[in-house]
Design a protein around this ligand. Structure first.
Ligand code: S3P
Length: 433
Protein backbone atom coordinates (compact mmCIF):
# COMPACT_ATOMS: atom_id res chain seq x y z
CA UNK A 1 0.00 0.00 0.00
CA UNK A 2 1.17 3.51 -0.75
CA UNK A 3 -0.27 6.85 0.26
CA UNK A 4 -0.32 7.87 -3.33
CA UNK A 5 -3.49 9.59 -4.55
CA UNK A 6 -4.75 10.78 -7.90
CA UNK A 7 -6.86 13.91 -8.01
CA UNK A 8 -9.26 14.34 -10.89
CA UNK A 9 -10.99 17.65 -11.53
CA UNK A 10 -14.41 18.08 -13.09
CA UNK A 11 -14.21 18.48 -16.85
CA UNK A 12 -16.05 20.59 -19.35
CA UNK A 13 -13.89 19.41 -22.26
CA UNK A 14 -16.02 17.15 -24.44
CA UNK A 15 -14.73 13.68 -25.29
CA UNK A 16 -14.41 13.84 -29.05
CA UNK A 17 -12.77 11.90 -31.84
CA UNK A 18 -11.69 8.31 -32.30
CA UNK A 19 -10.00 6.23 -29.62
CA UNK A 20 -8.73 2.71 -29.20
CA UNK A 21 -8.67 1.07 -25.78
CA UNK A 22 -6.34 -1.85 -24.87
CA UNK A 23 -6.86 -5.49 -25.77
CA UNK A 24 -9.34 -7.74 -23.99
CA UNK A 25 -8.02 -9.11 -20.71
CA UNK A 26 -9.95 -12.40 -20.73
CA UNK A 27 -8.96 -13.15 -24.33
CA UNK A 28 -5.31 -12.16 -23.73
CA UNK A 29 -4.98 -14.60 -20.79
CA UNK A 30 -6.47 -17.43 -22.81
CA UNK A 31 -4.27 -16.77 -25.85
CA UNK A 32 -1.13 -17.34 -23.73
CA UNK A 33 -2.52 -20.42 -21.98
CA UNK A 34 -3.88 -22.18 -25.05
CA UNK A 35 -0.83 -21.18 -27.10
CA UNK A 36 1.41 -22.71 -24.43
CA UNK A 37 -0.54 -26.00 -24.57
CA UNK A 38 -0.43 -26.20 -28.39
CA UNK A 39 2.03 -27.59 -30.90
CA UNK A 40 3.62 -24.77 -32.87
CA UNK A 41 3.90 -20.99 -32.53
CA UNK A 42 0.93 -18.80 -31.65
CA UNK A 43 1.24 -15.15 -32.73
CA UNK A 44 -0.93 -12.73 -30.74
CA UNK A 45 -1.64 -9.13 -31.73
CA UNK A 46 -3.26 -6.40 -29.60
CA UNK A 47 -2.34 -8.42 -26.49
CA UNK A 48 -3.11 -6.61 -23.24
CA UNK A 49 0.22 -5.64 -21.65
CA UNK A 50 -1.10 -5.18 -18.13
CA UNK A 51 -0.15 -6.74 -14.79
CA UNK A 52 -2.79 -9.51 -14.83
CA UNK A 53 -1.77 -10.83 -18.24
CA UNK A 54 1.91 -10.49 -17.36
CA UNK A 55 1.21 -12.80 -14.41
CA UNK A 56 -0.08 -15.41 -16.86
CA UNK A 57 3.02 -15.02 -19.06
CA UNK A 58 5.24 -15.35 -16.00
CA UNK A 59 3.55 -18.57 -14.80
CA UNK A 60 3.92 -20.27 -18.19
CA UNK A 61 7.53 -19.13 -18.56
CA UNK A 62 8.20 -20.75 -15.19
CA UNK A 63 6.86 -24.00 -16.68
CA UNK A 64 9.37 -23.86 -19.53
CA UNK A 65 7.33 -22.06 -22.20
CA UNK A 66 9.25 -19.59 -24.36
CA UNK A 67 7.21 -16.45 -24.89
CA UNK A 68 8.64 -13.59 -26.97
CA UNK A 69 7.24 -10.17 -26.18
CA UNK A 70 7.65 -7.34 -28.67
CA UNK A 71 5.66 -4.10 -28.86
CA UNK A 72 3.50 -5.36 -31.76
CA UNK A 73 3.24 -9.06 -31.19
CA UNK A 74 3.57 -11.84 -28.65
CA UNK A 75 4.82 -15.22 -29.84
CA UNK A 76 4.11 -18.25 -27.69
CA UNK A 77 6.29 -21.22 -28.58
CA UNK A 78 3.83 -23.96 -27.65
CA UNK A 79 5.00 -27.05 -25.78
CA UNK A 80 2.06 -29.29 -26.67
CA UNK A 81 -0.56 -30.59 -24.23
CA UNK A 82 1.98 -32.65 -22.32
CA UNK A 83 5.04 -30.43 -22.63
CA UNK A 84 4.86 -28.20 -19.52
CA UNK A 85 7.74 -28.63 -17.03
CA UNK A 86 7.59 -28.52 -13.23
CA UNK A 87 8.32 -24.97 -12.03
CA UNK A 88 11.22 -24.69 -9.58
CA UNK A 89 9.19 -22.56 -7.17
CA UNK A 90 5.67 -21.41 -6.23
CA UNK A 91 3.68 -20.09 -9.20
CA UNK A 92 2.59 -16.53 -8.41
CA UNK A 93 -0.57 -15.23 -10.09
CA UNK A 94 -0.49 -11.66 -8.70
CA UNK A 95 -3.99 -10.16 -8.53
CA UNK A 96 -5.41 -12.35 -11.29
CA UNK A 97 -8.40 -14.57 -10.55
CA UNK A 98 -8.49 -15.69 -14.18
CA UNK A 99 -4.87 -16.88 -14.06
CA UNK A 100 -5.38 -18.62 -10.73
CA UNK A 101 -8.57 -20.48 -11.58
CA UNK A 102 -7.84 -21.39 -15.20
CA UNK A 103 -4.30 -22.54 -14.56
CA UNK A 104 -5.53 -24.76 -11.71
CA UNK A 105 -7.55 -26.81 -14.20
CA UNK A 106 -4.43 -27.28 -16.31
CA UNK A 107 -2.14 -28.04 -13.36
CA UNK A 108 -4.53 -30.66 -11.97
CA UNK A 109 -3.66 -32.89 -14.95
CA UNK A 110 0.13 -32.46 -15.19
CA UNK A 111 2.69 -35.04 -14.08
CA UNK A 112 4.20 -32.70 -11.49
CA UNK A 113 3.19 -30.90 -8.29
CA UNK A 114 2.78 -27.15 -7.87
CA UNK A 115 2.14 -24.61 -5.14
CA UNK A 116 0.07 -21.72 -6.52
CA UNK A 117 -0.70 -18.40 -4.91
CA UNK A 118 -1.18 -14.69 -5.58
CA UNK A 119 -1.41 -11.36 -3.77
CA UNK A 120 -3.41 -10.54 -0.63
CA UNK A 121 -6.64 -10.18 -2.63
CA UNK A 122 -6.17 -13.53 -4.39
CA UNK A 123 -5.53 -15.21 -1.03
CA UNK A 124 -9.02 -14.10 0.06
CA UNK A 125 -10.96 -15.08 -3.06
CA UNK A 126 -13.04 -18.27 -3.03
CA UNK A 127 -11.35 -21.29 -4.59
CA UNK A 128 -13.81 -23.91 -3.35
CA UNK A 129 -15.74 -23.24 -6.55
CA UNK A 130 -12.90 -24.89 -8.51
CA UNK A 131 -11.62 -27.26 -5.81
CA UNK A 132 -15.02 -29.03 -5.68
CA UNK A 133 -15.44 -29.86 -9.39
CA UNK A 134 -11.74 -30.55 -10.00
CA UNK A 135 -11.76 -32.95 -7.03
CA UNK A 136 -14.81 -34.66 -8.56
CA UNK A 137 -12.64 -35.19 -11.65
CA UNK A 138 -10.04 -36.95 -9.48
CA UNK A 139 -7.74 -33.95 -8.96
CA UNK A 140 -5.51 -33.71 -5.89
CA UNK A 141 -5.96 -30.02 -5.02
CA UNK A 142 -5.89 -28.58 -1.52
CA UNK A 143 -6.06 -25.20 0.11
CA UNK A 144 -2.80 -24.92 2.09
CA UNK A 145 -4.46 -23.05 4.97
CA UNK A 146 -7.62 -25.19 4.71
CA UNK A 147 -9.69 -22.06 4.21
CA UNK A 148 -10.76 -22.83 0.61
CA UNK A 149 -8.48 -20.04 -0.64
CA UNK A 150 -5.00 -19.89 -2.18
CA UNK A 151 -2.22 -20.93 -1.63
CA UNK A 152 -3.31 -24.04 -3.49
CA UNK A 153 -1.29 -27.25 -3.47
CA UNK A 154 -1.96 -29.09 -6.71
CA UNK A 155 -0.49 -32.55 -7.27
CA UNK A 156 -1.00 -33.43 -10.92
CA UNK A 157 -2.78 -36.71 -11.61
CA UNK A 158 -5.08 -38.58 -14.03
CA UNK A 159 -8.55 -37.06 -14.37
CA UNK A 160 -12.04 -38.34 -15.22
CA UNK A 161 -14.70 -36.61 -17.24
CA UNK A 162 -17.69 -35.29 -15.27
CA UNK A 163 -21.02 -33.61 -15.94
CA UNK A 164 -20.95 -30.68 -13.59
CA UNK A 165 -23.86 -28.43 -12.69
CA UNK A 166 -22.25 -25.23 -11.45
CA UNK A 167 -23.97 -23.18 -8.74
CA UNK A 168 -22.41 -19.98 -10.15
CA UNK A 169 -22.33 -18.39 -13.58
CA UNK A 170 -18.57 -18.04 -13.73
CA UNK A 171 -16.37 -18.29 -16.81
CA UNK A 172 -13.37 -18.87 -14.58
CA UNK A 173 -15.01 -21.94 -13.03
CA UNK A 174 -16.33 -23.20 -16.38
CA UNK A 175 -12.95 -22.68 -18.06
CA UNK A 176 -11.01 -24.36 -15.27
CA UNK A 177 -13.16 -27.49 -15.65
CA UNK A 178 -13.06 -27.45 -19.47
CA UNK A 179 -9.26 -27.15 -19.43
CA UNK A 180 -9.01 -30.09 -17.03
CA UNK A 181 -11.43 -31.86 -19.38
CA UNK A 182 -8.86 -31.64 -22.19
CA UNK A 183 -6.85 -34.20 -20.22
CA UNK A 184 -9.69 -36.35 -18.81
CA UNK A 185 -10.49 -39.93 -19.78
CA UNK A 186 -13.89 -39.01 -21.23
CA UNK A 187 -16.29 -36.20 -22.02
CA UNK A 188 -16.69 -33.31 -19.54
CA UNK A 189 -19.60 -30.91 -19.43
CA UNK A 190 -20.41 -27.82 -17.38
CA UNK A 191 -23.93 -26.44 -17.02
CA UNK A 192 -24.29 -22.93 -15.60
CA UNK A 193 -27.27 -21.15 -14.05
CA UNK A 194 -26.78 -18.33 -16.62
CA UNK A 195 -24.38 -18.07 -19.52
CA UNK A 196 -20.98 -16.64 -18.58
CA UNK A 197 -18.44 -15.34 -21.10
CA UNK A 198 -17.62 -18.02 -23.66
CA UNK A 199 -14.13 -17.01 -24.83
CA UNK A 200 -12.67 -20.35 -23.74
CA UNK A 201 -15.13 -22.34 -25.84
CA UNK A 202 -14.65 -20.10 -28.90
CA UNK A 203 -10.87 -19.97 -28.70
CA UNK A 204 -10.29 -23.63 -27.84
CA UNK A 205 -12.27 -24.53 -30.96
CA UNK A 206 -9.83 -22.42 -32.98
CA UNK A 207 -6.96 -24.41 -31.45
CA UNK A 208 -8.63 -27.63 -32.63
CA UNK A 209 -10.32 -28.84 -29.42
CA UNK A 210 -13.59 -30.77 -29.65
CA UNK A 211 -15.72 -28.33 -27.66
CA UNK A 212 -19.37 -27.47 -28.15
CA UNK A 213 -22.10 -25.47 -26.44
CA UNK A 214 -25.81 -25.91 -26.21
CA UNK A 215 -27.73 -23.36 -24.19
CA UNK A 216 -26.16 -23.21 -20.74
CA UNK A 217 -24.07 -26.37 -21.19
CA UNK A 218 -20.53 -26.47 -22.58
CA UNK A 219 -18.99 -29.85 -23.42
CA UNK A 220 -15.41 -30.84 -24.15
CA UNK A 221 -13.85 -34.11 -25.25
CA UNK A 222 -10.29 -35.02 -24.33
CA UNK A 223 -7.70 -33.88 -26.85
CA UNK A 224 -4.63 -35.62 -28.28
CA UNK A 225 -3.06 -32.27 -29.10
CA UNK A 226 -4.00 -28.61 -29.68
CA UNK A 227 -2.60 -26.77 -32.70
CA UNK A 228 -1.22 -23.22 -32.68
CA UNK A 229 -3.57 -20.56 -33.98
CA UNK A 230 -2.94 -16.84 -34.48
CA UNK A 231 -5.04 -14.57 -32.29
CA UNK A 232 -6.04 -10.97 -32.92
CA UNK A 233 -7.33 -9.70 -29.58
CA UNK A 234 -10.27 -7.26 -29.81
CA UNK A 235 -10.27 -4.20 -27.57
CA UNK A 236 -11.78 -4.80 -24.15
CA UNK A 237 -15.40 -3.75 -23.69
CA UNK A 238 -14.73 -3.63 -19.94
CA UNK A 239 -12.12 -0.90 -20.59
CA UNK A 240 -14.25 0.80 -23.24
CA UNK A 241 -16.97 1.06 -20.55
CA UNK A 242 -15.13 3.94 -18.80
CA UNK A 243 -15.03 6.03 -21.96
CA UNK A 244 -18.58 5.06 -22.90
CA UNK A 245 -19.60 6.53 -19.53
CA UNK A 246 -17.38 9.60 -19.96
CA UNK A 247 -18.86 10.37 -23.37
CA UNK A 248 -22.42 9.88 -22.10
CA UNK A 249 -21.85 12.22 -19.15
CA UNK A 250 -19.68 15.10 -20.40
CA UNK A 251 -21.62 17.70 -22.44
CA UNK A 252 -20.78 17.93 -26.13
CA UNK A 253 -19.06 14.54 -26.32
CA UNK A 254 -19.11 12.24 -29.30
CA UNK A 255 -16.60 9.41 -29.20
CA UNK A 256 -15.92 6.56 -31.60
CA UNK A 257 -14.30 3.64 -29.75
CA UNK A 258 -12.72 1.32 -32.31
CA UNK A 259 -12.65 -2.45 -32.64
CA UNK A 260 -14.36 -3.32 -29.34
CA UNK A 261 -15.27 -6.95 -28.57
CA UNK A 262 -19.06 -7.21 -28.48
CA UNK A 263 -19.40 -10.95 -27.85
CA UNK A 264 -23.01 -11.21 -26.55
CA UNK A 265 -21.75 -12.87 -23.35
CA UNK A 266 -19.85 -9.62 -22.62
CA UNK A 267 -21.87 -6.81 -24.14
CA UNK A 268 -24.63 -6.28 -21.55
CA UNK A 269 -23.50 -2.71 -20.94
CA UNK A 270 -24.62 -1.74 -24.45
CA UNK A 271 -28.14 -2.97 -23.72
CA UNK A 272 -28.17 -1.21 -20.35
CA UNK A 273 -26.98 2.11 -21.80
CA UNK A 274 -29.76 1.90 -24.40
CA UNK A 275 -32.32 0.97 -21.71
CA UNK A 276 -31.19 4.01 -19.71
CA UNK A 277 -31.77 6.31 -22.68
CA UNK A 278 -28.09 6.68 -23.60
CA UNK A 279 -27.02 7.20 -27.20
CA UNK A 280 -24.79 4.36 -28.35
CA UNK A 281 -24.64 2.69 -31.74
CA UNK A 282 -22.58 -0.05 -33.33
CA UNK A 283 -20.72 0.49 -36.58
CA UNK A 284 -18.62 -1.81 -38.73
CA UNK A 285 -19.79 -5.00 -36.97
CA UNK A 286 -17.60 -7.97 -37.95
CA UNK A 287 -16.37 -11.32 -36.63
CA UNK A 288 -12.77 -12.43 -36.24
CA UNK A 289 -11.66 -15.70 -34.64
CA UNK A 290 -15.25 -16.35 -33.55
CA UNK A 291 -15.37 -13.06 -31.62
CA UNK A 292 -17.70 -10.29 -32.77
CA UNK A 293 -16.30 -6.75 -32.76
CA UNK A 294 -17.64 -3.30 -33.62
CA UNK A 295 -16.81 0.38 -33.41
CA UNK A 296 -18.96 2.01 -30.73
CA UNK A 297 -20.27 5.52 -31.35
CA UNK A 298 -21.30 7.16 -28.08
CA UNK A 299 -22.79 10.64 -27.67
CA UNK A 300 -23.59 12.87 -24.74
CA UNK A 301 -26.91 11.79 -23.21
CA UNK A 302 -26.94 12.87 -19.58
CA UNK A 303 -30.12 14.89 -20.13
CA UNK A 304 -32.02 11.76 -21.16
CA UNK A 305 -30.48 9.13 -18.83
CA UNK A 306 -32.99 7.43 -16.59
CA UNK A 307 -32.93 4.59 -14.08
CA UNK A 308 -33.33 0.93 -14.97
CA UNK A 309 -33.39 -2.55 -13.45
CA UNK A 310 -30.43 -4.84 -14.13
CA UNK A 311 -30.91 -8.47 -13.13
CA UNK A 312 -30.94 -12.16 -14.06
CA UNK A 313 -29.13 -13.47 -17.11
CA UNK A 314 -27.93 -9.97 -18.00
CA UNK A 315 -25.70 -9.81 -14.92
CA UNK A 316 -22.87 -12.15 -16.09
CA UNK A 317 -22.69 -10.19 -19.37
CA UNK A 318 -21.74 -6.97 -17.55
CA UNK A 319 -20.46 -8.12 -14.16
CA UNK A 320 -17.19 -6.16 -14.38
CA UNK A 321 -18.95 -3.02 -15.62
CA UNK A 322 -21.30 -2.64 -12.63
CA UNK A 323 -19.13 -0.08 -10.78
CA UNK A 324 -19.12 2.28 -13.76
CA UNK A 325 -22.80 1.58 -14.53
CA UNK A 326 -23.42 2.66 -10.92
CA UNK A 327 -21.82 6.00 -11.78
CA UNK A 328 -24.24 6.41 -14.70
CA UNK A 329 -27.11 5.49 -12.37
CA UNK A 330 -26.02 8.13 -9.85
CA UNK A 331 -26.55 10.82 -12.48
CA UNK A 332 -29.63 9.34 -14.16
CA UNK A 333 -33.15 10.43 -13.37
CA UNK A 334 -34.97 8.00 -11.08
CA UNK A 335 -33.99 4.73 -9.47
CA UNK A 336 -31.67 2.02 -10.72
CA UNK A 337 -31.94 -1.42 -9.14
CA UNK A 338 -29.11 -3.93 -9.57
CA UNK A 339 -29.86 -7.43 -8.29
CA UNK A 340 -28.70 -11.07 -8.76
CA UNK A 341 -25.14 -9.75 -8.57
CA UNK A 342 -23.91 -11.29 -5.29
CA UNK A 343 -20.75 -12.30 -7.19
CA UNK A 344 -19.65 -8.67 -6.77
CA UNK A 345 -18.79 -9.51 -3.14
CA UNK A 346 -15.95 -11.81 -4.30
CA UNK A 347 -14.25 -9.79 -7.02
CA UNK A 348 -10.86 -8.04 -6.61
CA UNK A 349 -12.55 -6.42 -3.62
CA UNK A 350 -16.12 -6.52 -2.31
CA UNK A 351 -17.49 -4.26 -5.05
CA UNK A 352 -20.94 -3.82 -3.46
CA UNK A 353 -19.26 -2.49 -0.34
CA UNK A 354 -16.63 -0.46 -2.23
CA UNK A 355 -19.12 1.22 -4.58
CA UNK A 356 -21.63 2.04 -1.85
CA UNK A 357 -19.06 3.26 0.71
CA UNK A 358 -17.40 5.51 -1.87
CA UNK A 359 -20.68 6.76 -3.31
CA UNK A 360 -22.02 7.67 0.14
CA UNK A 361 -18.87 9.77 0.67
CA UNK A 362 -19.76 11.65 -2.52
CA UNK A 363 -23.33 12.32 -1.35
CA UNK A 364 -24.97 9.78 -3.63
CA UNK A 365 -28.17 8.09 -2.47
CA UNK A 366 -27.21 4.40 -2.63
CA UNK A 367 -28.39 1.41 -0.62
CA UNK A 368 -26.29 -1.75 -0.77
CA UNK A 369 -28.28 -4.99 -0.82
CA UNK A 370 -27.25 -8.65 -0.42
CA UNK A 371 -27.04 -9.13 -4.17
CA UNK A 372 -26.60 -5.66 -5.60
CA UNK A 373 -27.51 -2.05 -4.93
CA UNK A 374 -30.26 0.53 -5.31
CA UNK A 375 -29.26 3.97 -6.52
CA UNK A 376 -31.50 7.02 -6.58
CA UNK A 377 -30.05 9.31 -9.21
CA UNK A 378 -29.64 13.05 -8.71
CA UNK A 379 -28.15 15.81 -10.76
CA UNK A 380 -24.91 16.08 -8.88
CA UNK A 381 -22.00 14.24 -7.30
CA UNK A 382 -19.97 15.96 -4.57
CA UNK A 383 -16.19 16.05 -4.55
CA UNK A 384 -14.22 14.18 -1.91
CA UNK A 385 -11.64 11.52 -1.17
CA UNK A 386 -12.41 7.93 -2.04
CA UNK A 387 -10.54 4.63 -1.67
CA UNK A 388 -9.67 2.37 -4.62
CA UNK A 389 -9.57 -0.73 -2.39
CA UNK A 390 -6.65 -1.63 -4.68
CA UNK A 391 -9.25 -2.60 -7.25
CA UNK A 392 -8.56 -1.32 -10.79
CA UNK A 393 -12.23 -1.10 -11.70
CA UNK A 394 -13.10 0.94 -8.59
CA UNK A 395 -10.25 3.35 -9.35
CA UNK A 396 -11.31 3.87 -12.98
CA UNK A 397 -15.04 4.12 -12.22
CA UNK A 398 -14.55 6.91 -9.70
CA UNK A 399 -12.16 8.71 -12.05
CA UNK A 400 -15.12 8.92 -14.44
CA UNK A 401 -17.43 10.05 -11.62
CA UNK A 402 -14.95 12.88 -10.97
CA UNK A 403 -15.45 14.31 -14.46
CA UNK A 404 -18.97 15.37 -13.56
CA UNK A 405 -18.52 16.06 -9.84
CA UNK A 406 -19.04 19.48 -8.20
CA UNK A 407 -15.35 19.58 -7.20
CA UNK A 408 -12.21 17.42 -7.23
CA UNK A 409 -12.28 13.73 -6.35
CA UNK A 410 -9.06 12.19 -5.00
CA UNK A 411 -8.58 8.44 -5.36
CA UNK A 412 -6.17 6.76 -2.97
CA UNK A 413 -3.93 3.98 -4.31
CA UNK A 414 -4.96 4.70 -7.90
CA UNK A 415 -1.98 2.83 -9.41
CA UNK A 416 -3.93 -0.44 -9.26
CA UNK A 417 -5.30 0.53 -12.70
CA UNK A 418 -2.16 -1.22 -14.00
CA UNK A 419 -3.95 -4.54 -13.39
CA UNK A 420 -5.93 -4.03 -16.58
CA UNK A 421 -4.89 -0.66 -18.04
CA UNK A 422 -1.54 0.90 -17.07
CA UNK A 423 -2.13 3.91 -19.38
CA UNK A 424 -5.67 4.70 -18.20
CA UNK A 425 -4.93 8.05 -16.52
CA UNK A 426 -2.66 9.14 -19.40
CA UNK A 427 -5.45 8.50 -21.90
CA UNK A 428 -7.96 10.31 -19.69
CA UNK A 429 -5.62 13.33 -19.47
CA UNK A 430 -4.94 13.21 -23.21
CA UNK A 431 -8.64 13.23 -24.11
CA UNK A 432 -9.31 16.17 -21.80
CA UNK A 433 -6.65 18.44 -23.32
C1 S3P B 1 -13.31 -13.61 -16.21
C2 S3P B 1 -14.51 -14.00 -15.70
C3 S3P B 1 -15.26 -13.20 -14.72
C4 S3P B 1 -14.81 -11.74 -14.71
C5 S3P B 1 -13.33 -11.64 -14.66
C6 S3P B 1 -12.70 -12.32 -15.88
C7 S3P B 1 -12.63 -14.51 -17.18
O1 S3P B 1 -15.07 -13.73 -13.43
O2 S3P B 1 -15.38 -11.07 -13.63
O3 S3P B 1 -12.92 -10.31 -14.62
O4 S3P B 1 -11.68 -14.05 -17.85
O5 S3P B 1 -13.02 -15.67 -17.27
P1 S3P B 1 -15.96 -14.95 -12.85
O6 S3P B 1 -15.65 -16.16 -13.63
O7 S3P B 1 -15.56 -15.06 -11.42
O8 S3P B 1 -17.38 -14.50 -13.02
Amino acid sequence: MTNNAKTISPSTTPFKGTVTVPGDKSISHRSIMFGALSKGDTHITNFLMADDCLSTIDCFRKMGVNIDVSPDEITVHGMGLHGLKAPSDTLYTGNSGTTTRLISGILAAQDFNVRLTGDASIEKRPMKRIITPLTMMGADIKSEKENDCAPLLINGTKLHGIDYVSPVASAQVKSSILLAGLYADGKTSVTEPALSRNHTELMLKGFGADVSSEGLCATIHPAEELHACDISVPSDISSAAYFIAAALLVPGSELLIKNVGINPTRAGIIEVVKNMGGKISLENVRTSGGEETADLLVSYSRDTLHGTTIEGALIPTLIDEIPVIAVLAALAEGTTVIKDAAELHVKECDRIDAVSTNMKKLGIDITPTEDGMIINGSNHISGGVIESYNDHRISMSFAIAALTADSDISITNPECVSISWPGFFDMLDELRK
